[in-house]
Design a protein around this ligand. Structure first.
Ligand SMILES: Nc1ncnc2c1ncn2[C@@H]1O[C@H](COP(=O)(O)OP(=O)(O)OP(=O)(O)O)[C@@H](O)[C@H]1O
Ligand SMILES: [Mg+2]
Length: 351
């Protein structure tokens, strides 16, 4: 039986031209007692998926049920109770309370559920993540990886039926990471808990029973009994599948490459290259190259080069100016603006 079920779940943030579709009609079930890894490029909707599934965000459309309850039908108080009693969540940003010690943070879910934290249970959870000797430390006195492990201990202490963990090993060295993954597997196989874990690491994903891939807010396949090299290969093929070529207009895939041949803007949120041949801006937020041949700006926030072969300010990265190209190629694409002809390759992103 699926303890968590998403049916055609969509989530849009913002409105009008700034609207972002973080999830696009995702239907997915998580069987009780299973361990699922969720993977996909940065911005593909993984955290949003977890937050909708855990009742922390309300979907814009579609339905989520947890332990047989349709979350949309629950009053706020019943939803809060369900979250406290059935669901554990390890946040990507840890969300520890800075004024509390490690043991007080770990005891928090019990306190919120109206119980006095059992000191032994709290100690056991901290020991399980190798932090028995840091119980009295506050988050600011702990390293990033130690804070992440406190957040995991906090999620374990109430033994939730479903544990959502958003990149729980993202800040850990390989030994701590192996330790945490071994704990998660034990919870699934010995205690029958259900785990849904976001990760970028194919080795971590290989500890799961199944991997779910997301691309641009959509389900892009699943892999049962994953091994690290198959997962890595699937991730690579997802990235190259995200290419988008437009004659004019705006291209905005979240992973993969974007190219606008006429005028317009290209923006890549995950890794990949963005290129604009007419006038316009190219921007890459993950790693990759941004290149503009007409006038406009090229900007790279992760690693990579921004090449500007026209004129215009260049806010970041490294640039190559090439006046000849700018003269021989004025912003001819501008005349094409509005004629949006999207030629999509496999798995193309929306624009
Ligand atoms: N509160 C919000 N307001 C507006 N946009 C948001 C909000 N939260 C997420 N988004 C957007 O929704 C998309 C999906 O974000 P999400 O955090 O789910 O991605 P992710 O797959 O978890 O990425 P990462 O691997 O970087 O953590 C992104 O484009 C992001 O910019
Ligand atoms: Mg995330």
């Amino acid at each position: 039986m699926d303890i968590v079920r998403l049916t055609a779940v969509s989530k849009t943030y913002g409105t009008g031209s700034s609207a972002v579709t973080a999830l696009d009609k995702v239907s997915l079930g998580f069987p009780e007692g299973s361990f699922t890894a969720v993977m996909g490029a940065s911005g593909s909707g993984k955290s949003t998926l977890l937050q909708c599934a855990a009742g922390l965000e309300r979907p814009s459309a579609g339905a989520v049920s947890v332990a047989g309850e349709d979350l949309a039908r629950l009053r706020e108080s019943a939803l809060t109770r369900l979250r406290r009693e059935t669901i554990g969540f390890v946040f990507q940003s840890y969300n520890l309370l800075p004024a509390l010690t490690a043991e007080q943070n770990v005891g928090m879910p019990l306190r919120l559920a109206g119980h006095r934290p059992d000191a032994r249970a709290v100690r056991a959870a901290l020991s399980a993540v190798g932090l028995a000797d840091r119980a009295r430390h506050r988050p600011a006195e702990l390293s990033g990886g130690q804070q992440q492990r406190v957040a995991i201990a906090r999620a374990l202490v109430a033994a939730p039926r479903v544990l959502f963990a958003d990149e729980p090993t993202g800040a850990l060295d390989s030994a701590s990471s192996r330790m945490v993954l071994a704990i998660l597997r034990t919870l699934v196989h010995e205690r029958g808990q259900t785990i849904v874990m976001v990760t970028h690491d194919p080795v971590a994903a290989a500890h799961a029973d199944r991997v779910v891939f997301l691309a641009d807010g959509r389900l892009a396949g699943t892999l049962d009994r994953p091994d690290a090299s198959t997962v890595a290969a699937r991730l690579t093929s997802l990235e190259t599948a995200g290419e988008l070529v437009l004659d004019a207009g705006h291209a905005m895939p979240r992973g993969g490459g974007a190219m606008v041949r006429g005028g317009g803007d290209a923006m890549v949120r995950g890794g990949g290259d963005a290129m604009v041949r007419g006038g316009g801006d190219a921007m890459v937020r993950g790693g990759g190259d941004a290149m503009v041949r007409g006038g406009g700006d090229a900007m790279v926030r992760g690693g990579g080069d921004g090449s500007l072969l026209g004129e215009g300010p260049f806010p970041g990265g490294t640039s190559q100016m090439n006046e000849q190209v700018s003269e021989s190629r004025p912003t001819w694409g501008a005349s094409l603006a509005g004629m949006l002809r999207a030629k999509r390759t496999a798995g193309a992103a929306a624009c």
